[in-house]
Design a binder for this molecule. Structure first.
Ligand code: HEM
Length: 211
């Protein structure tokens, strides 16, 4: 089996299952099969999906720098799946907030005013929502056919992954009440990844100038 076959037949199914695991555990815990949710089950689910969203956004952003540093070009084949799973977890996080936290599933008629107020007047939620909209645009254009048709515009749109990362960490930071250690970890990793990409971008013209 060559590298590409190993990626396709072993790596991709494995990464798919690993990415699905947190969601499966959340559902399992909600039904008391794999464990239990905490005393505040809605917040528990919201936090789990939010944390996996930010982790997967950062892991997805790490693919290209890791590929450059290690020379493992096959890593690129996981990037789309990681991005789509990040979108999946943000969407689940958003739906948990909308349907359970804001109660749209319980009382659809009377919740819209509160939802709109949260979206427009609680800045950390506005920021999270902006990140969700960007992710929707990226997920909707993630197929090879659309990528070909969009050309350079696709690259520009998909650089927004960094904006999503910054918005995601900012959103997280803004709502942390006491312990900021996880927010620090996410911010530092994101800062390193962003600095690397900026350094690569500005290094290239200098190298070209030097021949
Ligand atoms: C890229 C998009 C997003 C990311 C990465 C993200 C991530 C997170 C994370 C990591 C947390 C903290 C979890 C914890 O306490 O351990 C969080 C909390 C939260 N997020 Fe998001 N989120 C995003 C978008 C959204 C959106 C679109 C909404 C709703 C419109 C939203 C609403 C909330 C709420 C209500 C909380 C809980 C705040 C609290 O506990 O008081 N998030 N989010």
């Amino acid at each position: 089996m060559n590298t590409l076959q190993r990626v396709r037949f072993i790596g991709k199914p494995l990464v798919f299952l690993l990415c699905l695991l947190p969601a499966a555990l959340a559902v399992g815990d909600a039904f008391g099969i794999t464990g239990q949710l905490s005393a505040n089950p809605v917040e528990d689910i919201l936090d789990r999906f939010g944390n996996w969203a930010i982790r997967l956004i950062i892991i997805g952003l790490a693919v290209t720098p890791l590929r450059h540093v290690t020379g493992w070009n096959w890593l690129i084949r996981f990037r789309r799946m990681l991005g789509l799973f990040a979108f999946f977890y943000v969407l689940m996080h958003f739906l948990t907030w909308l349907l359970l936290d804001r109660g749209l599933a319980v009382d659809p008629a009377f919740q819209w005013a509160g939802i709109l107020e949260d979206l427009t007047e609680r800045p950390f939620i506005t920021i999270g929502f902006a990140a969700l909209l960007l992710l929707i645009a990226m997920a909707a254009t993630s197929t090879a056919g659309i990528r070909r048709r969009m050309g350079r515009r696709w690259d520009r749109l998909h650089y927004s992954a960094y904006v999503v990362g910054v918005l995601g960490v900012w959103h997280y930071w803004w709502q942390v009440k006491k312990d900021t250690s996880d927010a620090w970890i996410y911010a530092v990793i994101l800062g390193v990844l962003l600095s690397y990409r900026i350094w690569r971008r500005f290094r290239r013209p200098m190298r070209n100038r030097g021949g």
